[in-house]
Design a protein around this ligand. Structure first.
Ligand SMILES: NC(=O)c1ccc[n+]([C@@H]2O[C@H](COP(=O)([O-])OP(=O)(O)OC[C@H]3O[C@@H](n4cnc5c(N)ncnc54)[C@H](O)[C@@H]3O)[C@@H](O)[C@H]2O)c1
Length: 376
């Protein structure tokens, strides 16, 4: 198959959808890879490294879209790219269709095949969202530690303390992927960590695997009110699938917090679990309310594109290979994981939630996958 990797052009997006190692794998399976010049620059991969791995470097994005049967990207295409997408071209990337109607309509019009990273399902998990949660979870402690420093407007406490001085207290709300990674990093730095969740099974698991300086606690308004008074750093890491995050830290709780304490609301992309959080950017990541520092960057992994690119491509490459080896129809017939990734196929919306979001006709994906079986 002919695979195209365009340079990401969304504002501040430095990731790339394939690394030189990925190009090497694709070549080994007999595929041709075309990479747009400087596509890997933001993540630390030069054109030379791609070329050495066997990629053909193309100067323009038009050439990449023009030649490729499958486009692999990171972020959804932006308006400028809509007209470059061809009928029957396979696009494998994050789309988040339900949040943006013009994109959905443009992809319907293009008659391309859109397979979205975010809806690929394995069991009850979303394997192509996990790596970014892992990055954000680990990063939340790094950022929290930074903003606890006095020159950054924090209360001037070192997470791990020192011999003779108590460590800082870290409260993690939500013990899923983000919360697990946050608690692990905070514990590694020597902080006194409490992690809360509403799932007793999850708390049992966390209690088994976490270090001795991590305490598990049932999440409830009462418990949060008690714990937040002592916390130096609070991480918001809650998710209720398909819904806005609940406000677990309310405005009135801030006055009970220590001045200079830091809130990192990782769940800000789902509306945030801290009432006073509103999305910020890497250029201007924090604001202060009631002497409490709020860090609410909605795309935290964007600050560490090298790690994020490798983490993402580790997860996407096996799926991309399957698509390249078999073609999208056969790959989706044989893999329920890839099948759930199909959102828009040749002008039809085949993902129910997307059709419902914009009141568009819904065509069950099986209709497209059965055709092939009948033809065989
Ligand atoms: N800001 C960023 O850059 C960024 C990056 C990645 C992920 N995220 C976001 O981080 C959030 C967490 O993602 P995740 O992958 O860890 O999700 P996850 O599903 O793995 O974990 C969520 C956890 O929250 C728990 N939970 C639900 N309600 C709760 C409550 N009332 N109190 C305590 N815990 C509760 C669930 O039981 C679950 O264990 C999501 O909103 C995700 O979109 C943000």
């Amino acid at each position: 198959m002919i695979i195209g990797v365009p340079k990401e052009i969304k504002n501040n997006e430095n990731r790339v959808a394939l690394t030189p190692a990925g190009v090497n794998e694709m070549k080994k399976h007999g595929h041709q890879v075309y990479v747009q010049s400087t596509a890997g620059e933001g993540s630390g991969f030069s054109d030379e490294a791609f070329a050495e791995a066997g990629a053909n470097i193309l100067a323009t994005i038009e050439e990449v879209y023009g030649i490729a049967e499958m486009i692999i990207k990171v972020k959804e295409p932006i308006e400028f790219e809509y007209d470059l997408i061809r009928e029957d071209q396979l696009l494998f990337t994050y789309f988040h269709f339900a949040s943006y109607e013009p994109l959905t309509k443009a992809m319907i019009e293009s008659k391309s095949v859109c397979l979205a990273y975010e809806t690929v399902e394995r069991g009850r998990g979303l394997p192509l969202l996990v790596p970014m949660s892992e990055v954000a979870g680990r990063m939340s402690i790094q950022e929290g530690a930074k903003y606890l420093e006095k020159p950054m407007q924090g209360r001037g406490i070192l997470l791990g303390g020192v011999p003779g001085v108590k460590p800082a207290k870290v409260l993690v709300l939500g013990g899923g992927i983000v919360g697990y990674q946050s608690a692990k990093m905070a514990a590694g730095l020597g902080a006194d960590v409490t992690i809360m969740d509403i799932s007793l099974d999850r708390l049992r698991y966390l209690d088994d695997v976490m270090a001795a300086n991590v305490t598990t606690m049932m999440s409830s308004e009462y418990n949060i009110r008690q714990e937040i008074k002592e916390a130096d750093l609070v991480i918001g890491a809650v998710l209720i699938p398909g819904a806005k995050a609940p406000h677990l830290v309310t405005r009135d709780m801030l006055k009970d917090m220590k001045p200079g304490a830091v809130l990192v609301d990782v769940a800000v992309d789902q509306g945030g679990c801290i009432e006073t959080c509103k999305p910020t950017t890497h250029a201007d990541p924090i604001f202060i309310i009631d002497d409490v520092v709020h860090y609410c960057v909605a795309n935290m992994p964007g600050a560490v594109p090298y790690t994020s690119t490798l983490a993402l491509t580790n997860a996407t490459l096996p799926y991309a290979l399957e698509l390249a080896n078999k073609g999208w129809k056969k790959a989706c017939q044989e893999s329920s994981e890839l099948k759930t990734g199909l959102n828009v196929v040749k002008g039809d919306v085949v993902y129910k939630a997307v059709a419902e979001a914009f009141d568009l006709p819904y065509v069950p994906v099986e209709e497209y996958l059965q055709d092939e079986e009948m033809a065989v």
